[in-house]
Design a binder for this molecule. Structure first.
Ligand SMILES: [Fe+2]
Ligand SMILES: [Fe+2]
Length: 333
């Protein structure tokens, strides 16, 4: 079935947010054969705007790339060296800011506890959110949902047996079950259109602050490095387990604000699908993975914990901005 809706499928390079991202944007405007000089990454803020945008630019080369940027940059050794220099402080910060351990069962069961009301964006939107705040939230989340399921596809060739078959079953749903118009990324584009927002790929990248970029960068980091396949599975398990109740609240919030049906459809789909995905991830993927590769327990637990950490940081940023009467976006839509 044909994709019915035209949309911009390549992003434009965004304005930089500091020294490293400024140097990287200049580099990407040139050709690898010109051998532009690369910046040093000195004492970066691991969660800061400059590092997170620079990392996002490096990773995007492995997805759709940017308009007028040479695709050869994807595997340029100097660019990969810079990416490694950006990944190191980010990973160190994540490792240092979570409690660690390898009790995956305990980590998974903790996800079933409902989030504290005051710290949860979907609860806020349901109880006191307005349409402008809802649009802000959708604009930032689009940076992830435009590539929904994509970073996790990198896990497929790195798994065996039932865990591989079951992860592919989850991904089959994320990718629309064979129907382009049912791709979850497409459902989100329809949602953006319904909300009067631009549905172009990464259209809101410049508007999106570091806390959301960090969530997406973490998935790309775990996806691109085979050694972090356990963490990638942990991240996906976390997302699937926590998604269904929050999607239900989003449906209620959207209906309360009389949002068009296209907006409701994306979250309604996730109430149903993720209730199933939760069970598949928990029992068929995680349990089998740890039975076959028990040494990955620490990595899976890390993926779950790091996801909590970065989602909490994102919620704190958004809710903190709204409660202060400010926009949570860098550039308003
Ligand atoms: Fe989905
Ligand atoms: Fe899902």
């Amino acid at each position: 079935m044909a994709d019915s809706q035209a949309f911009a499928c390549t992003a434009v390079l965004p304005p930089p947010r500091g020294e490293v991202s400024a140097a990287l944007v200049e580099i990407l405007r040139r050709l690898p054969a010109e051998h532009p000089s690369f910046p040093d990454v000195v004492d970066p803020d691991p969660y800061g705007e400059d590092l997170q945008l620079a990392l996002h630019l490096c990773y995007e080369l492995h997805y759709h790339g940017f308009e007028a940027v040479d695709p050869a940059w994807e595997w340029d050794p100097e660019l990969l060296r810079l990416r490694a220099e950006l990944e190191r402080p980010f990973l160190d910060a994540l490792r240092g800011d979570v409690k660690g351990g390898e009790d995956v069962r305990e980590e998974l069961s903790r996800l079933l506890i409902e989030p504290i009301e005051a710290a949860d964006i979907s609860q806020y939107l349901l109880q006191e959110g307005d349409w402008a705040q809802l649009r802000e939230y959708l604009a930032q989340r689009s940076i992830y949902h435009h590539k929904e399921g994509d970073p996790h596809a990198w896990a497929i060739p790195r798994l065996f047996g039932q865990e591989k078959a079951s992860l592919v079953a989850v991904e089959f749903d994320e990718f629309g079950g064979g129907r382009g118009e049912r791709l979850h990324a497409q459902l989100f584009r329809d949602l953006l259109t319904g909300a009067g927002l631009d549905n172009g790929y990464l259209h809101y990248l410049d508007s999106t602050p570091a806390p959301m970029l960090a969530v997406v960068n973490m998935m790309s980091l775990f996806g691109l490095h085979r050694r972090w396949r356990g963490a990638l599975v942990g991240q996906l398990a976390n997302a699937e387990i926590t998604s269904s109740p929050s999607a239900r609240r989003m449906v209620e919030a959207l209906e309360k604000l009389n949002a068009p049906i296209e907006c409701v459809r994306f979250y309604a789909e996730h109430v149903e699908a993720d209730a199933v995905h939760e069970q598949v991830m928990r029992h068929d993927v995680v349990e089998n993975l740890l039975r076959h590769e028990p040494a990955l327990a620490e990595s899976v637990a890390f993926g779950i914990q790091a996801t909590n950490l970065l989602e909490d940081r994102f919620s704190a940023h958004v809710l903190g901005s709204w409660r202060a009467g400010q926009s949570s976006l860098r550039v308003t839509t």
